[in-house]
Design a protein around this ligand. Structure first.
Ligand code: ADP
Ligand code: MG
Length: 363
């Protein structure tokens, strides 16, 4: 979290460079809103339209979704779903939550459950389940017995049902189960933020929702936004490369360096391999996905981090399925950076001095 703000600021700076010079709708100033939501710092910069009303509406959307999807607010859809796990209740949920659960389930199935939206019992055992401020004291390494007892509570996806009147319910089949949508909720919010901005006439904007950056339109000078990809090994705000982003695409990064704790000299991070219950050890330091659907960009950056570089590139090369329609940046533990061909044109690589080498991966 410490490194997030400077990174965000520098990202906004890069993304905003040139603002006001050749504004797409003359006379409008860029307007930026920073706020804290979903346990992270978010920023939205709008370059045209009714920027102040748009930014208020956009932030309200994130707050509204957080109230539905939070695990720590007792009245949220997710909390009520979790409270009724295994008791047979079909819990009424909002359409936004139904859509989120369906998207999460699709990513879960397609990734062979590398993305698992019901990992909460395991996350909690590690102390990663609560908010950042609450976790400091409770991070711990669970025993193998404890994890083995919790793993059967994962994998069984929420059952979502649609009523004839357009209402939705959801249920978790097993007692003790709990959903944790932390790997997809921020990305999913971006689609709603874009709608809120568009409704106020915004055609060009850059959103940064905690590791997920969405570029609506382009920069005021007509060029794509430049997005920084973090150097996962840098102790300060080092970055590996910049990529070009525009036209509604979202760039999502997941890395073990984002949240972790140390115990007896071993580092444990917050992306869990659902097949073991332990932090994923796939040989990757970070995964960046670029995709049209922000929820899928977010879910798959987490899933591919679990699956590792070989499987990730295999899915991308296959030409079929969700990952084949994305672009990827995979950073391995041995400092190899794989960049898929669609990102080549807008790529500026800065990682050589820090010991990285990169390779463009082609189909
Ligand atoms: P961040 O939330 O730090 O931006 P991610 O998008 O990778 O990073 O999401 C990590 C979060 O997703 C974790 O904090 C946890 O809530 C959840 N999570 C961890 N491992 C998995 C997994 N294998 N599948 C689904 N969600 C996961
Ligand atoms: Mg994610």
């Amino acid at each position: 979290m410490k490194r997030l703000l400077p990174l965000l600021l520098s990202c906004a700076l890069l993304a905003g460079c040139g603002a006001g010079q050749a504004s797409p709708s003359a006379g409008t100033e860029a307007d930026t809103q920073y706020f804290f939501a979903m346990d992270t710092i978010m920023s939205i910069t709008a370059y045209d339209g009714d920027t102040s009303a748009a930014l208020v509406a956009a932030q309200q959307e994130v707050n509204r979704l957080e109230a539905l999807w939070s695990r720590t607010r007792p009245e949220s859809d997710v909390s009520r779903l979790n409270d009724h796990a295994g008791d047979g209740t079909a819990v009424p949920i909002q359409p936004e939550t139904a859509r989120l659960l369906e998207t999460a389930a699709a990513a879960a199935r397609e990734s062979g459950l590398a993305f698992d939206p019901v990992l909460a019992p395991v996350m909690d055992a590690w102390g990663f389940g609560l908010t950042e401020s609450e976790t400091t004291a409770v991070h711990r390494v669970p025993s193998q017995e404890e994890l083995s007892a919790l793993l059967p509570l994962t994998r069984d996806l929420p059952q979502v049902a649609a009523g004839e009147d357009g209402s939705y319910t959801a249920a978790l089949p097993l007692t003790g189960q709990a959903a944790d949508l932390g790997g997809i909720a921020k990305g999913a919010s971006a689609a709603y933020v874009v709608d809120a901005l568009t409704a106020h006439g915004v055609e060009n904007a850059i959103l940064s929702l905690g590791g997920n950056i969405t570029a609506l339109g382009c920069r005021p000078d007509g060029r794509p936004f430049q997005v920084l990809v973090t150097d996962p090994l840098a102790s300060e705000d080092g970055y590996l490369c910049t990529i070009a982003l525009e036209g509604g695409l979202t760039c999502s990064t997941s890395g073990g360096y984002e949240r972790y704790f140390e115990s007896d000299g071993v580092t444990y991070h917050h992306i869990i391999d659902p097949s073991t219950g332990y932090p994923a050890q796939s040989g990757l330091l970070s995964v960046t996905t670029v995709a049209a659907d922000p929820a899928l960009a977010d879910a798959w950056s987490t899933a591919l981090f679990v699956l590792g570089p070989d499987r990730a590139l295999e899915l991308w090369r296959s030409g079929e399925g969700t990952v084949a329609g994305m672009e990827l940046i995979l950073v391995t533990q041995d400092q190899q950076v794989y960049v898929t061909q669609g990102l080549e044109e807008g790529l500026q690589f800065h990682g050589e001095e820090a010991g990285y080498t990169y390779e463009i991966v082609r189909r």
